[in-house]
Design a protein. Structure first.
Length: 52
């Protein structure tokens, strides 16, 4: 079940392009991999092989 976790201090930073980049801290709080190839994914997802 996917739940919405509101971001808190340390959950993200803004990239030079102005995009919100979620940190490992946020991904761990969320509790699952979204399989989007996130930069700081702690679950080991590889978008090239589509596997964790």
């Amino acid at each position: 079940m996917k739940i919405n976790i509101p971001p808190e201090e340390g959950d993200f930073y803004l990239s030079e392009s102005g995009f919100r980049v979620f940190t490992e801290q946020y991904h761990l709080k969320r509790g699952y991999c979204c399989e989007s190839g996130c930069r700081h994914c702690p679950y080991g997802y590889d978008p090239k092989t589509n596997s964790q």
